[in-house]
Design a protein. Structure first.
Length: 379
């Protein structure tokens, strides 16, 4: 279970070459920063910050199939990538929380996390890299994928982010995370892609844990969670306030939206793939809502020696039933992703498009089988 963080203390310094564990993650926190008081570290007040118009990166003269960071004597240094992307990353300040966002259009469309803007019945203030500010309102939100689009008012000529292809990412690729952790706008951290296709559950589960103000509107008992599949795992430091900010590759292309961090102090961050963000944001901009695929099953985690998700019920005339799945089947793989439990299925399906065909591998009476399922729109 992944839980929203309390007001965060100053994060420990990042150690180069920190070894990563592939163990099960104990907890995640949505990476929004809450506004508790001007004096609280990680609070809503920004305090002193460094702002200035970033210089654009020199134009690339060669095409690199798989971009990597170069030496200072060559193009695509970390500093150049940061300078290229910083004008496209903004700080978002609401009534009770802060986060980050990336500019999608010159006239003010900005992509961020749903949990940055959720529960706040007010306009937001967007601060750009050169110190300018503008009021903004919500265009649309999608809690299922934790994405939202807002529009800054009365602006033009903004530096929109360059979208990359997150499907081309490989473990070990260099990345930068850019955002406003703890109200420090324009912060840049460097790391690598630690893993791909992670399924994480973010939010506050049972146990009487409270949502900090700004994640739920008011301080309250909460049990809502969001399961996200296909997530990018990185060791680039992500802290409260980075939510909605940019994860970019070595060419300065957006490959992810930073969204969650490990709640137990381990340096593990997670980002929503840019391809998912593009698909969702286009629908939010065009119609204000998002069409989601569904499989048509209820699931339980497997309890035997074989990991997977046990089909408890099959929805009549749903995609799963049409494909031939039955109660008692054990799903062990969805697409190319091994299934560790029901959350794996939920997270993966949320990333699929309506009409997409997906192969499921399952066991029935101990015998493995594969079936193709066509995703339908969730009504």
């Amino acid at each position: 279970m992944f839980t929203p963080p309390p007001p965060a203390p100053a994060p420990p310094a990042r150690r180069a070459g920190f070894p990563f564990s592939r163990r099960a993650i104990a907890g995640l926190a949505l990476a929004a920063v809450t506004a508790l008081s001007a004096a609280a570290l990680g609070g809503g007040a920004v305090g002193a910050y460094f702002a200035g118009a970033a210089q654009p990166a020199p134009a690339a003269t060669t095409t690199v199939a798989s971009p990597v960071f170069r030496t200072a004597s060559d193009q695509f240094t970390v500093a150049q990538v940061a300078a290229k992307v910083q004008p496209s990353v903004v700080m978002i300040k609401g009534q009770s929380s802060e986060g980050s966002g990336v500019v999608l259009s010159e006239d003010g469309l900005i992509l961020t996390n749903n949990h940055v803007v959720a529960g706040q019945n007010t306009e937001f203030t967007v601060q750009f890299s050169d110190g300018r500010t503008a009021k903004a309102s919500v265009v649309g939100t999608d809690p299922a994928t934790d994405l939202a689009v807002i529009r800054a008012k009365g602006v033009s000529g903004l530096a929109k982010v360059t979208l990359g292809d997150s499907d081309r990412l490989k473990v070990g690729d260099d990345v930068l995370a850019i955002g406003s952790p703890l109200g420090l706008d324009g912060t840049v951290t460097a790391g690598i892609i630690s893993a791909l296709d992670r399924t994480v559950t973010a939010g506050s589960g049972g146990g009487g844990q409270e949502l900090p103000p700004g994640l739920g509107g008011q301080q309250q008992q909460a049990s809502e969670t969001t399961t996200l599949g296909g997530m990018i795992q990185t060791d680039a430091a992500i802290n409260p306030g980075n939510s909605g900010g940019a994860l970019v590759n070595a060419a300065g292309e957006l490959v992810g939206i930073n969204s969650a961090v490990a709640a137990d102090g381990v340096n593990l961050g997670f980002a929503i793939p840019a391809n998912t963000a593009k698909h969702v944001s286009e629908q939010l901009i065009s119609k204000g809502t998002v069409s989601h695929a569904y499989l048509g099953v209820s699931l339980a985690d497997a309890t035997g020696d074989v990991p997977g998700a046990l089909v408890r019920e099959v929805t009549a005339d749903g995609p799963a039933e049409k494909a031939g799945l039955k109660q008692g089947d054990l799903i062990t793989k969805i697409g190319s992703t091994p299934v560790q439990g029901g959350d794996t299925i939920v997270g993966q399906v949320r990333g699929y498009k309506v009409g997409q065909r997906v192969e499921l591998t399952y066991q029935r009476d101990g015998k493995p089988s594969t079936v193709s399922v066509t995703m339908e729109e969730k009504k």
